[in-house]
Write a protein that binds this ligand. Structure first.
Ligand code: TYM
Length: 333
């Protein structure tokens, strides 16, 4: 809490082109907290280097992610928008929290298991302690709510465990945060394999719709989306592909699943896929236009990064200093 305002924190990695999964599961929902909460939205570049990045690409995507935050309606006057590596307290608190996190806990993280299978030649310690840095991100700001997609909930649960453990030894240090997910869109699935999460690191470009894909590409990808051999458009665990498309259509149009089933009753998959593609392209068009406008102004983005980092540092310093004092670190200023 800050005064009477609750705090929201979330982050997105600049590790690839952002997908409609990132948009519907997370970024689109950030704005609803802007008015009533104190909000921190971070571009988490330190998390991104747990897998090898090309430096020029990482730098470019850091600007792009910030521009996309703003294009999704996050006003930098109302939200603290910043880049993680520009606020050194994140890494410092992460070190301390490492000493309050158990090897066994980290070994159980499903994302670690997935990523270490995918990057078998680079199972580095950062990949393993990744959730601890994430806990530091969240706890530095005394966060109450963390809007995320379902794949990040396990990490937020671990963050709660770390906070509770620390608080038990050193009372009243951290606010214990809670993950919040959207009613619809918390897990958008791959268009090529609807049993798998849509992911920005997927090598199959047809599996993923990017926020910045042009209209024709979006429509083409939805036309190719894997469905099943039937023809009925209804939500059903046996029909993962169609169910995923219904979710996406529902998120972009605001229609309920029942309304969608009625709208397409007696019509084929072809019609439906085209409608999903068009609705997605229509909804993303204004975000894309605003993004292009913002990205063209590099000086403005840099000024925002600087301002955001200064704001974030102010709060981060307060928590870090409290933690250091509780641990017995000598503080001479
Ligand atoms: P990242 O960059 O993988 O994803 C950013 C956000 O997008 C959500 N998301 C999805 N939601 C629905 N369907 C999908 N297919 C989908 N794919 C991704 C993610 O759940 C996430 O909310 N570790 C985090 C970044 C992070 C963070 C934090 C988040 C670092 N520190 C502190 C919250 C709080 C990550 O890799 O997200």
């Amino acid at each position: 809490m800050f005064g009477d305002r609750k705090v929201t924190f979330s982050g997105v990695q600049p590790s690839g082109n952002l997908t409609i999964g990132n948009y519907l599961g997370a970024i689109r929902n950030f704005k609803e907290y802007s008015e009533q909460y104190k909000t921190f939205y971070c571009v988490v570049d330190e998390h991104a280097v747990t897998v090898r990045q090309t430096p020029a690409d990482l730098r470019r995507r850091t600007y792009e992610t910030l521009a996309l935050y703003m294009a999704c309606g996050l006003d930098p006057e109302k939200n603290t928008l910043y880049v993680q590596s520009m606020v050194h307290e994140h890494a410092e608190l992460a070190w301390i929290l490492n000493c309050f996190t158990m090897f066994g806990e980290l070994s159980r993280m499903t994302q670690f298991k997935d990523k270490s299978a995918r990057h078998a030649d680079n199972i580095n310690a950062g990949l393993f302690t990744y959730p601890v840095l994430m806990a530091a991100d969240i706890l530095l700001y005394q966060t109450d709510v963390v809007p995320v997609g379902v794949d990040q909930v396990q990490h937020v649960e671990l963050c709660r465990d770390i906070a509770n453990r620390f608080n038990q030894i050193h009372p009243d240090t951290f606010t214990v945060p809670e993950a919040v997910m959207p009613k619809s869109g918390k897990k958008i699935m791959s268009l090529a394999d609807p049993e798998k999460k849509m992911s920005k690191s997927d090598e199959n470009q047809n599996a993923v719709v990017y926020i910045l894909d042009d209209r024709d590409t979006i429509i083409r990808k939805f036309k190719r989306a894997v469905t099943d051999s039937g023809s009925e458009i209804r939500q059903d665990p046996q029909k993962a592909g169609v169910s995923n498309l219904i979710t996406i259509y529902s998120c972009f149009t605001g229609k309920t699943a029942e309304e969608i089933e009625r709208e397409f009753s007696g019509r084929g998959y072809g019609d439906f896929k085209l409608a999903v593609g068009e609705a997605t392209a229509d909804a993303l068009a204004p975000v894309q236009a605003e993004y292009r406008r913002l990205l063209a102004d590099k000086a403005m983005l840099e000024a925002q990064m600087k301002k955001g980092a200064e704001e974030a540092s102010y709060y981060a310093r307060r928590t870090l200093s409290k933690v250091q004092k509780k641990l017995g670190f000598v503080q001479i200023r």
